[in-house]
Design a protein around this ligand. Sequence first.
Ligand code: ZN
Length: 248
Amino acid sequence: MSQPFPLVDQLKSLENLQELDLKIDSLKKYENALPAGLKTVDDSLLKLRQSLDAKKQQMEEIEKAHKQARSALDLNQDRLVRSNSKLEQVHNAQEFQAATKEIEQLKKLSSGLEEQDQKFLQELESLKKEVELITQEVEKIQTERESQASVVLGQVHQYKTDIDSLLAERAQFCSQVDQKILVQYDRVRGARGGIGIVPAVAGRCKGCNMMVPAQLYNEVQRALTLHSCPSCHRLLFVPLTVPLVAKD
Ligand SMILES: [Zn+2]
């Protein structure tokens, strides 16, 4: 395959590509980080909803127990009424004693049940307050989440638009570079922290900061054939203007 563009021009295109790719990489990083904030909110919402369900279930159980205590109390009151009328019809001291004892026991049972009834009512009251508070919190976070989600959606959209326009620009530079060189650039970029081509300045590779052998440096300077750093394998070019400083 013949080279449609002189190597020196292709290197210039690759330099531009590298700049675009770094921008695209960082935009993608920001874009991906956005939904993570929502995830945190969702996690706390989930926890609140779970505790709300647990409290509601607890309330149901107490309500059930409360109902049972209530009907036991009613039953006991009926028995107490019967026992009292029995007391009015006693014929001797023995019957009187038995009836009085029965009444005493029933009264004791009733007071125990009444105590239980009060305890259940208090528990229900405090659970009801807790449920109300958690429900308010859930609603508040839910509203915040919705507005945050719409902001995030807008930001994601903006990032996508920006990335798309950079990708379009990228495609233009790609069309000016030999396919084989592009593949090499992409491979090195993938393996070397997103940087596939770096300037060599004053005999030194700016990617890894190692000295490039003098002969190789001369060839890189001539830009007639493609060379890469023997140490970090990044493609090399000698900038004609002020070099961009590569991060590693
Ligand atoms: Zn290097």
